[in-house]
Design a protein around this ligand. Sequence first.
Ligand code: GLU
Length: 603
Amino acid sequence: MNRFASFTRWLALCLLSGSVLAASPDGVVAVSHPAAAAAGARLLAAGGNAIDAAAAVQFALNVVEPQSSGIGGGGFMLIHLAKTGETFIVDSRERAPAKASADMFAPDGLPMEFPLASTSGLAVGVPGTLRGIDTALRRWGRKNLADTLEPAIELAERGFRVNRFLAADIANDHGRTRIHPETAAIFRPGGVPLAEGDWLVQPDLAKTLKRIAAKGPDAFYRGPLARAIVKAQQRTRSELGEAGQGRMTLADLAQYQVAIREPLIGHYRGWTLAGMPPPSSGGLTLLQMLKLLERFPLGDATQGYGFGSPQTLHAMIETMRLAFADRAVWIGDDDAAPVPRQGLLHPGYLATRAALIQTDRRMDTPQAGDPLPWESAAAVQPKPSRTKRDSPHTTHFSIVDRWGNVVSTTSTIEFTWGSGITVPGYGFLLNNELTDFNFMPAADAVQGNPGANDVAPGKRPRSSMAPTLLFKDGKPVAAYGSPGGATIINSVLNVTLNLIDHGMSMQQAIAAPRLSVTHAAGKVNCEGGQDFMQPRFGVAAQDALRRLGHVGLGGVGTDGCQDMIGSVQAVFIDLATGEQRGAADPRREGTVIRVKSPKATME
Ligand code: GLU
């Protein structure tokens, strides 16, 4: 029996899809696709640690979930090392090229249309995923890059079965798999979109991954592959002409560097969270919301604050509106310009924001607050900058290994299918991450807007990605995160409240319907269309929200909660027993694998 077949047989013994699994001393992976989960489990079973498994999962996702993440994109890997107790982030966010400029998405003073800009080379940021993985492996892994690429190479070479989610993303691609011919050739061979059950083999991608395995990341960031990336991102849409061409050069690729960051640490009702600092808004906005919500007795049904009650949902909506108003103005890449982190989380500042929430009615659309005095700076009255539409994709996976190391990674090529540009001959998609920047420059000294998320050379676009670790008594107890653009932060918030306030198990916390507001104006999105989403947000509760003035829920007496928000994959550790478990999201083909290998047992 060859290695692949024996691995598959081993896997069949320990795989359960979309469910919670029993205790395991040897590690657990929770991933949005079974084949990528299997890649991670394979590394754990072969003596690798959580960082090795994360690398294998990421490379495999590039093959089986190519519309969401890959070496053409970037992401954040939040790592907790059991031995030293350190927690840190490998930031492989894409960066703007040196020739980028604040007005590049609005060359004539008007913003480009998102569908055009995001499918042109101009949107492509310098990719960071491979450099990030290589850095993590070199510093904290037990395996080498080639070992972690092996499962992905096999999947690309031998092929895999197209699942319902990939087929749906091809069918509903907003044209993105049709615009550029190399992408169409893979996902629409002969002009026919791949359907569920079709077999997809990706020889170009296999060749690329093999080349990286043989020569290391420089085979990507320099030489022929780098030249092919630079050429590919010179593609533009005819409507944009030269203005749509990418500005990335070989020097931008050769000079790409990851950042190792300290997590943002916050506390909520006796629990500690480690989250994502700038350039993501994920951690700051999450912690702001938690600190505002801590004022309410969430979870106490006797006071009217049980799960899904109008009071609970009203507090969540108003909190989201306030935090997202601040996010739009104050958060960006603070390697480029300082973000008032202390001010935004200062109890005095948060008290001024909390005072805007009334329990008996919806507040008028809130402006961003002024956290600068809480940072000892001058007072200003900023106006919010433009925010863009959310994409449903990106990916999150969580891993714990037998030593207790934990990884929580969110990874993306931005919109579903990224820029839609596949590097010719190399078989992977390039991101459109630069469209996460403000299209219109927002910096305005008079208004006091710092232009925190305006484009600048070398800068990282503001993200919403929020890989999160939850600690109790200094020990990690859960790792989770989600895709979903700005809704990511709210998915993580919903799950956190479900765990801490509503006393749910991790699987219940993930399955429960979510509520999300990503703009100060306050249009409410909420879930309920799937059977597993329990307990439902009732029509009576929705009517109560309508009476308070909330918008986006449809007419009185109707069920306006029909959305689908995020996809959370989590691992968690029972501190009392040491049990490691996982929970996966039925919103995608979420998969948990418990690793219990003979080899692992012998060690
Ligand atoms: N580009 C998004 C971000 O970094 C992630 C992609 C998405 O899920 O929309 O926040």
